[in-house]
Design a protein around this ligand. Structure first.
Ligand SMILES: [Zn+2]
Length: 66
């Protein structure tokens, strides 16, 4: 199951759920799926290395800097 499928089911569940507790659960699923696209990770445009933003923006022994 892809993230997109999970998001679709969670969104449809949220739109149909009446019970507040159920809505909270669907909303939590949506947040988890969105968090999966980790904002803290970036890809170096020069060498393609993926890592924490602080490391990629700083010194990560990039091939371009050698
Ligand atoms: Zn790099």
């Amino acid at each position: 199951m892809t993230d997109e499928t999970i998001r679709m089911h969670a969104a449809q569940g949220l739109s149909r759920a009446i019970h507040p507790d159920a809505r909270d659960h669907f909303r939590a699923i949506l947040e988890l799926v969105d968090a999966d696209v980790s904002p803290g990770l970036v890809e170096c445009p020069a060498c393609g290395k993926v890592g924490l933003r602080e490391r990629i923006d700083g010194d990560h022994a990039c091939i371009e800097s050698r």
